[in-house]
Design a protein around this ligand. Sequence first.
Ligand code: NAG
Ligand code: NAG
Length: 254
Amino acid sequence: MALLQSLVLLLFLYICAADPLGEFCNKDSNVSGNGMISANIDNLLAELVAETAKTGYIATSYGKDQDKVFGLAQCRGDVDSKDCASCIQDAAKQIRQRCVNQADARIWYDYCFLRYNTENFVGKVDTSFGIFYYNVENVTDPKSFNKELGALMDEIRSQAVVPKNEGLGKGETTLSPFVTLYALVQCTRDLSQIDCAQCLAIAVGNFPNFCNNKKGCRVLYSSCYVRYELYPFFFPLDSKNALADTSIKVVVSP
Ligand SMILES: *[C@@H]1O[C@H](CO)[C@@H](O)[C@H](O)[C@H]1NC(C)=O
Ligand SMILES: *[C@@H]1O[C@H](CO)[C@@H](O)[C@H](O)[C@H]1NC(C)=O
């Protein structure tokens, strides 16, 4: 019985590790032509996997002329290089299985993000496609919660646009002796400070639509990631208040 339970748990962990939070396979961007693009995507992915393992980020391209493919991969800045490397490996594998024929493909995990496109997207803010995850539970005191959340978001958004922070901002606020609010924001590192600020402003501006009074929420865009929870989720992990939750996913297409 115990063996069966651990097998089930292992299987569960395995599925979780490989399963993304979401992907976007742009149906208006089918790969056509002589097969060069498809080969270039494979070569690009190999480079993204190899390079991201070193510094947690790469934006590059592979191929020539009309067959050129642009790619970007980035891990969350608080994630260690081992988790980063395995996340990008999963992402590279899954994106090819899920977006078989698309020239514009993107995949999101909590620890990393990866995308490629035959059009050059590097350095451009993109909030056209979004994935939202929100906790089904509501906070008990929305007014004071939203005030504290707003203040924490302002603080970590200003961290994210400081160049040495490489797009990352994170922090926590004690709401009561037993409740702590944790939040993290991150922009892709190809963005300028102004574009990073813009992406985060759009994400936080969408809180009333998808995250309203929720105990936790995540906004996943191609250019930035925003998340808050009433339990620790970023590294170094705070040992108190560890909790799981039930989240619902909403996809917003262009
Ligand atoms: C791309 O391919 C899909 C599936 O074959 C098809 O439904 C879609 O219309 C195609 N899109 C374009 C722009 O050709
Ligand atoms: C949370 O609040 C919303 C809006 O007031 C309500 O529709 C929903 O049922 C609440 N959820 C729970 C779990 O109480």
